[in-house]
Design a protein around this ligand. Structure first.
Ligand SMILES: NC(=O)c1ccc[n+]([C@@H]2O[C@H](COP(=O)([O-])OP(=O)(O)OC[C@H]3O[C@@H](n4cnc5c(N)ncnc54)[C@H](OP(=O)(O)O)[C@@H]3O)[C@@H](O)[C@H]2O)c1
Length: 290
């Protein structure tokens, strides 16, 4: 791949965007461009289009999203604008300019009723406004450009931004006991692993087949067991008590089961995906390092 291959990352100050900034240091053969909401908002489609032409962008990686799951119940229009309408328009400019769009979606497009890890082909049925907006975004992006690569991921965390791991580490130092939901199953995913996987896929310079892919760290857990693993890794003494979701009501409903089957992306791009606990260990080391 030539040094001129331009990659534009939108939403570059979010947790996944920040991990792309880090990953770019190991993939320096590309001409990386990082923009956040303040310099290139996703609504500025004309500006993004002009920027891509001017800088000869080949890959547009969209990490910008409306990710406030509970707030989305009150701000459905805003969530739809950022998570659905704009990704559709981004796909439109990618098609016009022959760029490859890489866009991210969520396990929350599923309702949790499957008894097996969800495959890309399994029927979707979002049960909250965030999931609905992300689902619509998948549909619009693929309608505008069938070459779009959509990667659904789950329970994302990183040393950057706001996420479950960082919240738990803070609360465990402040409180003697935490009550954590134990009846939702999923796969925590280190955003660094996802960013590196995308970089490796792009580096392979393969003709990307558009469509939906699932990426999550290997293994299945619950929020309660995830919290326990964080506590053990950090060596904190806080007591963690399992509770049912019914004891922790939230404005947005969450699926009780949202494990993603990652075989397609692993097979197609010959990727090894780390076990969730190993990635958690690596992330916590980075967060707690002096
Ligand atoms: N977090 C999870 O657990 C999870 C799970 C499954 C899938 N995903 C998906 O993974 C992707 C990355 O999520 P993430 O966890 O990295 O989210 P994040 O940390 O919330 O980052 C999203 C970024 O998008 C930016 N943004 C919001 N509105 C924008 C706009 N109008 N123009 C430009 N940028 C805008 C935000 O900027 P500000 O900081 O200025 O608000 C933020 O930096 C998203 O597609 C998300 O839906 C996330």
């Amino acid at each position: 791949m030539s040094i001129e291959t331009g990659i534009l990352v939108l939403g570059a100050n979010g947790q996944l965007g920040m991990e792309f900034r880090d990953a770019s240091l190991q993939h320096s053969g590309f001409d990386w461009h990082f923009h956040s909401r303040s310099t290139l908002p996703i609504e500025d489609i004309t500006g993004i289009s002009a920027y891509c032409r001017q800088h000869q962008i080949s890959y547009l990686i969209n990490c910008a999203a409306y990710t406030a799951v509970d707030k989305a119940e009150q701000e459905k229009e805003q969530a739809m604008l950022i998570n659905a309408e704009m990704p559709g328009k981004l796909a439109g400019i990618c098609r016009e300019q022959g760029m490859q769009l890489v866009h991210f979606s969520t396990d929350y497009v599923f309702d949790g009723s499957a008894g097996h890890p969800y495959k890309e082909s399994d029927p979707t049925h979002p049960i909250n406004a965030y999931g609905e907006s992300k689902h619509k975004g998948e549909e619009l992006a693929l309608n505008h450009d069938p070459k779009t690569m959509i990667i659904r991921t789950s329970w994302l965390y990183s040393r950057y931004g706001q996420n479950f791991v960082k919240t738990m580490l803070r609360l465990m130092q402040e409180k003697d006991e935490l009550r954590i939901v134990s009846d939702q199953q999923g796969s925590p995913t280190h955003a660094a692993d996802l960013a590196h996987a995308v970089c490796r896929i792009i580096s392979k310079n393969m003709e990307l087949t558009g469509g939906i892919y699932h990426f999550a760290n290997k293994g299945i857990t619950t929020w309660y067991h995830f919290a326990e693993a964080i506590r053990q890794e950090a060596g904190y003494a806080c007591r963690i008590t399992p509770i049912p979701s019914s004891d922790y009501p939230t404005p947005a409903k969450r699926p009780h089961y949202s494990v993603l089957d990652t075989q397609k992306i692993r097979d197609q791009f010959r990727l090894e995906i780390p076990y969730w606990k190993d990635s958690l260990t690596a992330c916590i080391k980075m967060i707690l390092k002096p």
